[in-house]
Design a protein. Structure first.
Length: 272
């Protein structure tokens, strides 16, 4: 019997043959598939799948992560479609199940979860050696982070404006930030009853704001700029706080980019 790999939905997948046709509906997974050397088997991706730049241009777009073009995917005759619990809608996945033989569900929630993600895709698509190399590189970074004695910083990580939105503590982003002892505020978890994974923030009604040391303005999904930083620095409610831009891809993208993401955060945390 062939060995099988179990995805985030608990579905066991047999090893795919060399002729697997893969559609990825997750930008960070698309980048990971290329890192695993699956270039010739990737037949579809979203318009948000922009890495690696020189390779994704050769792959057909099938809409966005939410606005998926079902007919475009059907025309590609994929054997496998890779989705993510947070990024793709359940209705879309259910419609795809009607004609796609294998739906692979992913759901990394911490940087360490990337190790099982590498192993999952490496096993399904017969890229175990490539997956192992990525795992070793990430483990080296994680050990580097664990060995640091970095001072605690309370951070507000902004992902949107009008309305202002931040991240709950049970998100992948918050877990990445904790690697360098940056603790996100507000102290909420999206899994709690009535809570949101990406809470809306009202600067006028946030008593915990006084405890924030750094305000981080992410480059995605909203593209914050230095002008936004300067505007916030002029807000008297934020006086004395360090306000700066941060690379959202390096903090929020799991997969292969997490390796550089950990190194990036270590460098930012160590900077004066």
């Amino acid at each position: 019997m062939q060995p099988r790999a179990v995805d985030a939905a608990g579905v066991a997948h047999e090893i795919a043959g060399a002729h697997a046709r893969i559609v990825s509906l997750v930008p960070s997974i698309t980048e990971l598939l290329f890192a695993l050397g699956l270039d010739r088997q990737i037949v579809g991706r979203t318009g948000f799948c922009v890495h690696p730049h020189d390779k994704v241009r050769q792959v057909r777009k099938v809409g966005g992560t939410k606005a998926v073009n079902i007919d475009a995917i059907r025309a590609l005759r994929p054997s496998h479609v890779i989705v993510n619990i947070d990024e793709n809608e359940r209705d879309t996945v259910d419609r795809l199940r009607a004609f796609v033989p294998h739906i692979v569900v992913t759901h990394p929630q911490t940087p360490q979860d990337n190790l099982s993600l590498y192993a999952l895709l490496g096993a399904i698509f017969d890229r175990a050696q490539e997956a192992q190399r990525l795992s070793e590189a990430l483990e080296t970074r994680l050990h580097e982070a664990a060995a640091q004695m970095l001072p605690r910083q309370n951070v507000l990580y902004l992902i949107w404006r009008e309305p202002w939105m931040t991240v709950a503590r049970d998100t992948y982003i918050a877990a990445m930030l904790r690697l360098v002892n940056w603790q996100t505020l507000p102290d909420v978890e999206g899994g709690a009853a009535g809570a949101a994974r990406y809470p809306v923030l009202d600067f006028g009604h946030a008593p915990w704001l006084a405890e924030v040391d750094r305000i981080l303005l992410s480059s995605e999904p909203y593209r914050f700029t230095q002008a936004h930083c300067e505007a916030l620095k002029g807000d008297p409610r934020l006086a004395g706080k360090r306000i700066e831009l941060i690379d959202g891809e390096l903090v929020s993208w799991y997969g292969a980019r997490a390796i550089d993401g950990v190194a990036y955060l270590l460098g930012r945390a160590a900077a004066p």
